[in-house]
Design a protein around this ligand. Structure first.
Ligand SMILES: *Cc1c(COP(=O)(O)O)cnc(C)c1O
Length: 358
């Protein structure tokens, strides 16, 4: 830290992204990426003529991309703001709608970035505990008079709220913005996008990083009524209007247009998730019911840190959180079927070694 850093930022605790290991021999199940390639058309459109065009600025309005997203979602392109990953959209929403007096509310166990943004903007935070079964009780969010952020499905639990429950939260908070972060919605939860036509206080944020295999392209977007979206664009055009590069924009369009490939990939992940969940249960793990591309699971008697180390020593990287109440859980990304089989093989080997040694 230099002696010039603003006092306000000196104690900021930055977000710790999941490890991106140099050792590519590892089976990487720690950051919820897709095991599948992005839409096939993407391989054709990133060619030398597109590379040549990189000397030109991209379209700051991302017209083609916004129209493709809007077409897929059944909204108008004026209802879409695009950004450099959905983290960009969440950042803009924290900047735009929270203010120091109003403050924010989000679940105590949720996406770690919410706390970082709240600290970055010095916001007053109310963290709402989950119920004992790790679910969110929508009634805990009624009448809070704070901007609300909810990941649905929640992370790292994978548990989803229904759209009816989200609608109740909206009705009970008509004077504040409710942001629903749908990073994992395509893996079996119901999207709240349709409610954006009815409620002017709803902002839905989605990403192409997980279900569209484009984490490296950095593409996210917010959906909401035109006034809310214009507020986000105000911030976008006051910071970096060119945040989406030409190549990523092309990739995003191609992904949105290939609906079948997208659905096939999601269905495959869901099928593999159910396979993994069944097999973890058979092996005595306690696993939450997931609507995401990961499971949140706990060994019946081994510590989370021990499980993490055993898996890592056997070439499998997962994620765990040093946080009270969930420290013994592992968050395991749903990879390919063969990666899941390898994971189960490692777990079986662990139990065999255990039986031998006791
Ligand atoms: C992965 C994730 C994001 C961020 O996604 P990007 O679009 O890659 O920035 C946002 N919210 C949640 C809950 C996530 O898990």
């Amino acid at each position: 830290m230099s002696r010039f850093l603003d006092k306000r930022l000196q104690n900021l605790e930055k977000y710790t992204p999941g490890e991106q290991p140099k050792n590519t021999g590892l089976i990487k199940l720690n950051t919820n990426e897709s095991p599948f390639a992005p839409a096939p058309e993407i391989m054709n459109i990133i060619n030398s003529s597109e590379a040549e065009k990189l000397r030109l600025y991209p379209d700051p309005d991302t017209k083609e991309l916004s129209e493709a997203i809007a077409g897929f979602l059944g909204v108008k392109s004026e209802n879409i703001c695009t950004g450099n990953g959905s983290d960009d959209m969440l950042n803009f929403a924290f900047m735009a709608f929270c203010g120091t007096e109003k403050g924010v509310a989000f679940p105590e166990i949720s996406y770690g970035f919410y706390q970082v943004y709240a600290d970055l903007y010095n916001l007053n935070v109310k963290k709402i505990p989950l119920k004992d079964d790790f679910t969110i009780d929508c009634r805990d969010y009624f009448g809070l008079s704070r901007t609300i952020f909810i990941a649905n499905p929640n992370a790292p639990t994978g548990i989803a709220l229904s759209v009816d429950e989200i609608e109740r939260i909206l009705i009970e908070n008509e004077d504040v913005v409710v942001v629903i972060d749908e990073a994992y919605v395509d893996f079996g939860a119901e999207s709240a996008v349709k409610l954006t036509k009815k409620y002017d206080n709803l902002l839905v944020v989605q990403t192409m990083s997980k279900s569209r295999s484009l984490a490296g392209a950095r593409l996210g977007y917010a959906v909401g009524n035109k006034e809310l979206i214009d507020d986000l664009k105000l911030i976008k055009f006051s910071t970096n209007p060119y945040s989406i590069n030409r190549l990523s924009s092309k990739c995003g369009v191609a992904s949105m247009l290939d609906v079948k490939y997208f659905e096939d990939c999601c269905n495959e992940i869901i099928k593999t998730r159910e396979f993994l969940l069944d097999n973890l249960t058979k092996r005595g793990f306690f696993t939450l019911i997931s609507s995401a591309n990961f499971v949140f699971t706990k060994h019946r008697d081994r510590r989370g840190s021990e499980m993490y180390d055993i898996l890592r020593d056997n070439g499998i990287l997962v994620r765990r959180f040093e946080k009270k109440g969930i420290e013994d859980f592992l968050r395991i990304t749903i990879g390919s079927q063969s990666e899941m089989e390898e994971l189960l093989r490692v777990l079986d080997k662990m139990e065999e070694n255990n039986a031998k040694n006791s």
